[in-house]
Design a binder for this molecule. Structure first.
Ligand SMILES: Nc1ncnc2c1ncn2[C@@H]1O[C@H](COP(=O)(O)OP(=O)(O)OP(=O)(O)O)[C@@H](O)[C@H]1O
Ligand SMILES: [Mg+2]
Ligand SMILES: [Zn+2]
Length: 384
């Protein structure tokens, strides 16, 4: 019979998740051997999925901490190995749940993941900033969140999340999403380029393939929420998305001054093309809190009312309520947070912009996961 201490070591190891796959290492075949000697020293070998795994330090730290926490363990001798091709193929099988066909898990009728596609009429309105902050805020609210950067012009999302230089790990044909310090998983269309300095003109079928790859070849695991940062405007990606993820909902980001009718028109066209519901409008760069009088005096740098106008136009057009979910002020720290890779909801959660973003995230989280949302997705998309 195994010693009680060894049993507890096994139990402790079962609490350690692989940071990319987010499942216990014991279930992934990563713990190759564990032994306990008479002096209380644990000698174990843990297999990484690939050599040079960027997260080996995290795994080392977590395994060591878990094993050390067991009463009776005096020392830990951890060896890191690498899975064989056979072991990796087995892992891929496990992750795919035995299913061999590639499919998009979020498109299944029994999927419980809420999918939010973030769109805007034009570029530079802060779509990516809003997306990363909402994603991180929702992760802080306890949800498992994934983010697909599908903006072919931008790919600014990884840098905004502090993982600008990280390349994803590949296990056989599966790509592991990159975990970020803020606790979400991200894949960017820029990460799929064979070489970083390569210039790729993403369009049409190639773009479609890239989108499908980010949704089906990436191991997302069991997510509560998936965000997609779309390119500005309408285009190929909107059509692809409509075909592959018809139950996605659309979040429109706008600034106060944009010709409201034009933006509403574009967002509306896209939503109707995709038979997707518009869940709400976020107005960004709404105002600058007056440096002299404080936030009650709003300097309307970019005009005012754009978000409300878009929401009203879309509500009238679709025949259901499209609310303004929040108005995010101009905030130098928000920009600085994007540049330094720490979203403002983390670096300065009490600031007015972070408060708004966290509140919007709460509204979206509160819509709950799964079937209730799915019914919304199935509601007739209204009159066009
Ligand atoms: N509320 C804000 N206050 C201050 N700066 C902001 C705010 N929102 C966004 N920014 C800044 O504006 C710039 C554009 O934002 P962002 O990249 O998020 O926009 P985008 O709509 O995704 O743009 P693109 O079309 O280039 O992808 C960034 O430098 C960002 O830090
Ligand atoms: Mg962007
Ligand atoms: Zn003032």
């Amino acid at each position: 019979m195994a010693s009680p201490v060894l049993e507890q070591v096994h139990a402790a190891l079962a609490t350690v998740n692989d940071p990319e796959i987010r499942k216990p290492i014991t279930e992934l075949g990563m713990v190759e051997s564990v032994e306990l000697d008479a002096a209380g020293k644990v000698v174990l070998t843990v297999l990484l999925t690939v050599s040079g795994c960027p997260l080996k330090d995290t795994i080392t730290r977590d395994v060591t901490a878990a094993v050390t926490s067991v009463a009776g363990v005096t020392d830990v001798d951890l060896t890191l190995g690498v899975m064989s091709d056979e072991q990796r193929a087995g892992l891929q099988q496990t992750l795919r749940g035995g299913q061999t066909q590639r499919e998009i898990p979020f498109a299944r009728s029994d999927s419980l993941t809420k999918v939010y596609a973030v769109a805007s009429g034009k570029g530079g309105v802060g779509k990516s900033s809003v997306t990363v902050n909402l994603a991180v805020a929702m992760a802080h609210q306890g949800l498992k969140v994934g983010l697909v950067d599908a903006d072919v012009y931008g790919h600014s999302v990884p840098a905004m999340l502090g993982v600008g230089d990280v390349r994803p790990t590949q296990v056989e044909e599966m790509i592991m999403p990159v975990p970020t310090p803020g606790g979400i998983s991200v894949i960017s269309i820029g990460m799929l380029k064979p070489r970083r300095d390569q210039v790729v003109a993403w369009r049409g079928p190639m773009l479609d393939r890239a989108l499908v790859q980010m949704l089906s070849d990436v191991y997302w695991g069991d997510l509560d929420v998936l965000f997609l940062d779309l390119p500005p405007g309408t285009g190929d990606i909107a059509i692809s998305l409509g075909q592959h993820l018809p139950n996605a909902e659309v979040l429109v980001v706008t600034t106060p001054q944009e010709a409201a009718a034009e933006v509403a028109e574009r967002a509306g066209t896209m939503a109707s093309m995709m038979h997707q519901r518009v869940v709400g409008v976020v107005e960004n760069m709404s105002f600058l809190p007056c440096p002299h009088c404080g936030p009650d005096h709003r300097l309307e740098v970019f005009g005012s009312g754009g978000g409300a106008r878009v929401a009203a136009t879309l509500s009238a057009r679709f025949g259901y309520d499209v609310p303004v979910l929040g108005e995010i002020p101009l905030d130098l720290d928000l920009r600085a947070g994007g540049d330094s890779g720490t979203p403002i909801v983390e670096s300065s959660p009490g600031s007015p912009s972070a408060t708004q973003l966290t509140q919007i995230a709460g509204t979206l989280s509160g819509r709950g996961r799964g079937l209730a949302g799915m019914q919304l997705g199935l509601t007739p998309a209204g009159k066009f």
